[in-house]
Design a protein around this ligand. Structure first.
Ligand code: ADP
Ligand code: MG
Ligand code: ZN
Length: 482
């Protein structure tokens, strides 16, 4: 009989804080700049240069700490993490090891209706390293180039307890963390640009076992999908190894996206000894309660509160409210649209339906697309006053999405006005009825389907512009007189 196993996951998440300048110098942090155009003697590790802490980084770290319900340390400091790598000009990374800025936080997640609290061990500030660009080969020698634009970009590393029990929970945690950081306005939180990077620690154990199993740390997870797939693959690999009596070792593995497998990078024996010690160039940071309180005052309504509001004030289902509060941009869109067209469920349906379908299809974010809240509100008004049908609205919406033109403009331009005038409809119906005496017979003999045939013909004749309600009414009058 095979044992039942439980998967155990803890995540380490690196978040780029979106300050204009780096953590210890005044170089810019813009993404995608010309290689080595945002560097200076400090962030490129010239001898004798002294780091000066960017206060904004501490402010953003405090904001993040409040977003993850953490304790903010009144006193913290920086340590050097020593290792050699070509993208690290100082041969040490300035990080926080002994006294991190945030401890003991948590996030509440919801996986298919089951709520769970995930504890966060700590969050600490550090500087990012540079980037190696593996260019190609000269003669027979392959070479790489070093881009130092990213050295000294501020990071917050957020470490969870091993409280997650499945790939779905891990994904829900990372999504929740991402939305918290977006609401707190401390990071762009773009997985695809690397402003959120995630390592997953995975182990398995027989169900009911109290001790944790041997863990494997998986690097290079740069999408939600990769996170889920890597955890699933790794948990299965470990379970099979245990069942086959093979020993598991603590190691670091990498996720191979192409092959959808994890591969060993280094084992514990090969692991670095970082020789952490306090950075002598940076004084400790004192954070008083007043500063924390004044930052707390600037925090906007966070996702959990917003979700309660949408459910309470507008009666939205939890599912809708959760999706709308995924990002502050979605929430703002919703709030602005509902202010103009106060039917929350209809607004939500359009956001979750057509809008999110088109955004996915075009790989766009709500804040960048052509559709603005007032444009959706105007279109909904046109449906509401009978100018266009729900069906016509779908093609109007698609055109709005493509061109940024208003609904009114599109309707006029394409002559899309809905036909609700009963006299006009009666004339059209009369013609169709005269052309189809057989179907009228069927109708009189009790075939309900015959009526559907006429509705379809009217729609065809009017290119979908007839108001379905009005067609039904006129048609019933008409047929009853036949
Ligand atoms: P390191 O810095 O060596 O990676 P940490 O103590 O910071 O070590 O832990 C890293 C992560 O590993 C944390 O998120 C923690 O929850 C997780 N973790 C620890 N033990 C296990 C385990 N047995 N299974 C899964 N995750 C674990
Ligand atoms: Mg680690
Ligand atoms: Zn610099």
């Amino acid at each position: 009989m095979s044992t039942e196993f439980e998967t155990v996951v803890g995540l380490e998440v690196h978040v780029e804080l979106k300050t204009d300048t780096k953590i210890f110098c005044s170089c810019k942090t813009a993404f995608g700049a010309e290689p080595n155009s945002q560097v200076c003697p400090i962030c490129s590790g010239f001898p004798g240069m002294l780091p000066v802490l960017n206060k904004k980084v501490v402010e953003y770290a405090i904001k993040s700490g409040l977003a993850i319900n953490a304790e903010i340390a009144p006193y913290c400091k920086f340590d050097r993490k020593n290792y050699f790598y070509p993208d690290l000009p100082n041969a040490y990374q300035i990080s926080q090891f002994y006294l991190p800025i945030c401890t003991d936080g948590y996030l509440d997640i919801n996986v298919e209706g089951t709520k769970k609290r995930i504890r966060i061990t700590r969050a600490h500030m550090e500087e990012d390293a540079g980037k190696l660009v593996h260019e190609g080969t000269i003669m027979t020698t392959s070479y790489s180039l070093v881009d130092l634009n990213r050295t000294g970009v501020p990071l917050l590393e957020i470490v969870s307890e091993p409280d997650l029990r499945s790939s779905q929970e891990a994904r829900a945690y990372l999504e929740k963390l991402r939305s918290m950081l977006l609401f707190a306005q401390v990071s762009d939180a773009k997985m695809e640009e690397g402003s959120i990077r995630c390592d997953a620690n995975v182990s398995v154990r027989p169900l009911g076992d109290k001790n944790l199993g041997v863990r494997v740390e998986i690097k290079n997870l740069n999408s939600f999908k990769a996170l889920e797939k890597a955890i699933e693959y790794e948990a299965k690999r470990q379970m099979e190894a245990i069942e086959d009596g093979e020993p598991l070792i603590q190691e670091t593995r990498t996720w191979d996206e192409e092959k959808s497998i994890t591969r060993s990078m280094r084992t514990k024996e090969e692991a670095h000894d970082y020789r952490y010690y306090p950075d002598p160039d940076l004084p400790p940071i004192k954070i008083d309660q007043e500063w924390i309180d004044s930052i707390r005052q600037t925090m906007p309504e966070m996702p959990d509160k917003a979700q309660e509001r949408l459910m309470g004030k507008y009666g939205l289902p939890e599912y809708d409210a959760a999706l709308i509060t995924v990002s502050p941009y979605n929430l703002k869109f919703f709030d602005q649209c509902v202010a103009l067209y106060p039917d929350a469920k209809t607004v939500s349906n359009w956001m979750m339906g057509e809008l999110s379908r088109l955004l996915n299809q075009n790989s766009q974010e709500i804040e960048q697309c052509h559709i603005k809240p007032e444009m959706l509100a105007d279109m909904l008004k046109l449906i509401n006053d009978g100018t266009i049908s729900g069906k016509m609205a779908k093609s109007v919406f698609e055109e709005m999405f493509k061109t940024g033109k208003s609904a009114g403009h599109i309707v006029k331009e394409q002559g899309m006005i809905q036909i609700s005038d009963e006299d006009t409809l009666r004339k059209i119906i009369q013609e169709i009825v005269e052309q189809n005496p057989g179907v009228v017979e069927d109708y009189k003999n009790g075939k309900e389907k015959a009526k559907g045939f006429f509705v379809g013909q009217v729609m065809k004749a009017t290119k979908g512009q007839a108001n379905p309600g009005a067609v039904n009414k006129v048609l019933s009058d008409f047929l009853s007189k036949e």
